[in-house]
Design a protein around this ligand. Structure first.
Ligand code: GAL
Length: 508
């Protein structure tokens, strides 16, 4: 027995470190327990929408299908599709509506409170979903987007709260393109943007995504052209906002790109904020809710003002697949994102870029995807950091090639609860030394979510003291990846942490 435990604890992880490339077959490293057959409602416990805007919300729920959904205290105007668990409709009266959702199947039944905050704030918890960029680049099409929506349901990701299906760059016409699909009039005689030929029906595509209970997102630049050289919104902002709303989109990534050419003088105090304020105001005038994601790589200390004109803002350049300082790039991007913790709050999030695991491509070359180079423990560290930092959880690998290990990283409801906690605090980087760092996130129930990370190349015994965490007395400690109580501790907690790995715990 001891030998077996030794093998599981030490040898397996070491083997993982020694393999340079993942072949998507890391089943032996899966930590997330299988969900029970009985229903379990997961994902956010609060959702914000504006009065008069259409709601579409698929209740994330695991368990054996078919599941029957019911809801108590639904506000007037909201309906529930009891077979698919999709809430839809419109609430006209602002207010905080506390519903009780129930999911039942032949194994049992579960209920959970869920609040609809009908007011002026969107994205009360970090957006969760998928984005096309790091796998499809300029190869993206209507067909691939619809398939991604299908896969969000079929893979089970939607049962954990993933809900945005977002197209990135390259859906518009492209200036000077020789490709007949991309070459054509970029706007019609009224100035309305014309999608390229791979997107014959932008509204139909959004409708299709909505028919699954999911939300649709798209991308454009405030400049004349996007980063990949496609049509931008410059001087068409009002019409574009209206077009996106008419088509039924729920999320807009607004990427600076060529805007520098038309932005004016850097000495202008509004230099950075202007294009975002303009689009934010246009979006607010639409009759549907569109979450605004600022993408301008952290310029002008965007974290200080991003919350005035958007729901989340990229804090750094593109994450990509490159390593930095001998470590996978997500560490340094994460550290720099961690410095802006004080600015995160419900409706306004720091965005350190996407979750790049599974099958992903290299952005510089717009390359075809291949299995991630990250070891299993690096992937746990990545997802743990993003969850602790209340970052948008947007996967950008291949939805068609999701393997069991990748899904175990993306879909652990206790880890996601850390990310989606309604208090909306971002973890602070509490301690950072050469080979260790600790992130601490206060949760709404008074508990602390704590990540103890090992950036060294060997397994290490690591410790955190209650004194450093500012807590006292006997506490229950739970291992979130394994979903297992570890027992009671009174002064501190010690554990072995794998090379480039993490111990993600919750202290009650
Ligand atoms: C970059 C952006 C990426 C991707 C790309 C598209 O500026 O940071 O996330 O959207 O443009 O061209």
């Amino acid at each position: 027995m001891r030998n077996l435990l030794f093998f599981i604890a030490l040898v397996l992880p070491a083997l993982a470190m020694s393999q340079s490339k993942s072949d998507g077959k890391y089943d032996a490293f899966i930590l997330t327990p299988e969900p029970p057959l009985t229903p379990r409602i997961t994902g956010p416990v609060v959702f914000g929408l504006r009065p008069g805007s259409p709601l579409i919300f698929r209740i994330p729920c695991t368990g054996e299908r078919p599941i029957k959904f019911t809801a108590r205290n639904m506000p007037e105007g909201i309906f529930l599709d009891e077979d698919n668990g999709i809430l839809s409709g419109v609430v006209n009266k602002p207010g905080s509506y506390s519903l009780t959702l129930t999911a039942s199947n032949k194994q049992g039944s579960v209920s959970r409170k869920f609040t609809l905050e009908v007011g002026d704030k969107l994205a009360l918890t970090p957006p969760m979903g998928w984005n096309s960029w790091y796998i499809h680049y300029n190869r993206i099409s209507d067909k691939t987007m619809r398939e991604a929506a299908d896969q969000m349901i079929a893979s089970g990701m939607a049962d954990y709260g993933y809900q945005y299906v977002n197209i990135d760059d390259c859906w518009m016409m492209k200036l000077k393109s020789k490709d007949p699909d991309l070459n054509g009039k970029r706007r019609d005689s009224q100035g309305r943007i014309i999608p390229n030929k791979r997107f014959p029906d932008m509204k139909g595509m959004a409708d299709y995504i909505h028919s699954k209970g999911l939300k649709a997102g798209l991308y454009i630049s405030p400049g004349r052209y996007t980063c990949a050289g496609y049509e931008g919104s410059y001087k068409h902002e009002a019409l574009d906002a209206k077009t996106f709303a008419d088509w039924g989109y729920d999320f807009l990534k607004y990427d600076w790109c060529s805007y520098g050419k038309v932005a004016g003088k850097k000495s202008d105090p509004d230099y950075y904020i202007r294009p975002y304020r303009l689009m934010w105001n246009e979006l607010k005038m639409q009759d549907r809710d569109i979450v605004l994601n600022l993408c301008q790589y952290g310029m002008g200390n965007v974290w200080e003002w991003g919350g005035e004109v958007g729901n989340c803002w990229r804090t750094t350049g593109d994450l990509g697949l490159a390593h930095r300082n001998n470590l996978p790039g997500f560490y340094s991007i994460g550290f720099s994102n961690a410095g802006h913790a004080e600015y995160a709050q419900p409706g306004a999030w720091n965005d350190p870029d996407y979750i790049l695991i599974g099958w992903v491509g290299n952005a510089n070359k717009m390359a075809e995807g291949k299995p991630t180079d990250l070891t299993p423990w690096e992937q746990y560290s990545y997802m743990s950091m993003w969850s602790l930092m209340a970052a948008p959880l947007i996967f950008s690998g291949d939805m068609a090639k999701l393997d069991k290990f990748t899904l175990n990283v993306l879909c652990n409801h206790e880890v996601i609860d850390v990310n989606q906690d309604p208090l909306g605090k971002q973890a602070i980087l509490q301690e950072k030394t050469d080979q260790k760092f600790v992130m601490v996130k206060p949760m709404i129930d008074g508990s602390l979510a704590v990540g103890i990370f090992n950036t060294g190349n060997e397994i290490q015994k690591m410790n955190i003291s209650w004194k450093d965490l500012g807590i006292k007395g006997e506490k229950q400690v739970r291992d979130l990846w394994r979903q297992k109580d570890l027992g009671k501790y009174t002064k501190d907690f010690s554990t072995e942490v794998q090379a480039h790995g993490v111990s993600l715990i919750r202290i009650y």
